[in-house]
Design a protein around this ligand. Structure first.
Ligand SMILES: [Zn+2]
Length: 283
């Protein structure tokens, strides 16, 4: 662990995962709110998720800062993985620095709800709610927390595009409608947040693409499956490009760095420091 010389005014990170949203969906389906956010903030549409490019692996990497080989979640089977190396979950690291974390996602089948709560506890989440089945439901459940929790991390996982992709194919008309519904809710979320406020950092990304090898799936290493958008926005963000070579693993590193919390050595990603205004340099 080494302290970072530069600090940011960020005190709260709102992390939104648009499950299965392919980067090219933005222009193809005119996702206006995502487009506005990308212009207003710092963005890339060529970032890469983990392998295999499935939600369980990507979310575990996002929430622990390590690759699937290390956290042990190496398939989309819902289970409590056995780590193969040191793992310091993001929410636990935040809790050690008295920062709260809450997470909101769609409902899971009743038989899996106990396991979902156990996984959330292992990951160190203080408040986890799984309700409804759409971005609209998840945002509605999270609204009071978004209004009240001014520090730490709030994670929102929206399932719409992935579900439509599996049922009807990536980039199908149904997928386009699901992507638009997520984009509408992104507009609602932006209205809830004050993006001129430098203390809030909004990070929007997807966990994987889809339709690479198989029209209704996303688990191959095909570029259409592994390429994801990453957008950072907020008063602390310098508008521009995040450049090439961004990994989903850079996101958890950026969360800790932006909040001024030293990263455990296990975090393999690099913080996207270049996306932030320089406000203060410690001696
Ligand atoms: Zn999926």
């Amino acid at each position: 662990m080494s302290p970072d010389a530069t600090t940011t005014p960020v005190r709260r990170v709102v992390l939104v995962v648009l499950d299965g949203l392919r980067p090219d969906a933005m222009s193809r389906f005119d996702l206006m709110h995502l487009e506005r956010l990308a212009k207003r903030g710092a963005s890339t549409f060529t970032a890469r998720t983990v392998s295999p490019s499935v939600t369980a692996c990507a979310m575990a990497s996002l929430l622990t800062g390590v690759a699937p080989e290390t956290h042990g979640m190496q398939s989309d089977r819902f289970h409590l993985p056995r780590p193969r190396g040191p793992v310091h979950p993001l929410a636990r690291v935040l809790a050690e620095h008295s920062m709260p974390t809450s997470a909101f996602m769609a409902g899971v089948p009743f038989l899996l709800s106990g396991l979902a709560q156990r996984i959330a506890r292992v990951l160190g989440f203080g408040d986890t709610r799984c309700t409804g089945n759409s971005a609209a439901d998840v945002l509605q459940t999270a609204t009071r927390t978004i209004e009240a929790q001014r520090r730490g991390l709030i994670v929102l996982h929206w399932p719409d595009a992935d579900r439509a992709g599996h049922l009807h194919g990536w980039m199908s008309p149904e997928y386009a409608m699901a992507a638009s519904r997520m984009d509408d809710r992104l507009g609602s979320l932006v209205r809830l947040l004050d993006l001129d406020d430098p203390s809030t950092l909004l990070i929007v990304l997807s966990d994987h693409g889809g339709g690479g090898r198989v029209l209704t799936h996303h688990d191959s290493d095909h570029p259409l499956d592994v390429t994801i958008p990453v957008v950072l926005a907020g008063g602390a963000v310098e508008p521009g490009s995040l450049g090439t070579g961004v990994s989903i693993l850079d996101v958890p590193a950026t969360v800790l760095w932006s909040l001024g919390i030293p990263r455990p050595a296990s975090y393999v990603g690099k913080p996207m420091e270049w996306a932030f205004h320089r406000v203060q340099v410690a001696a």
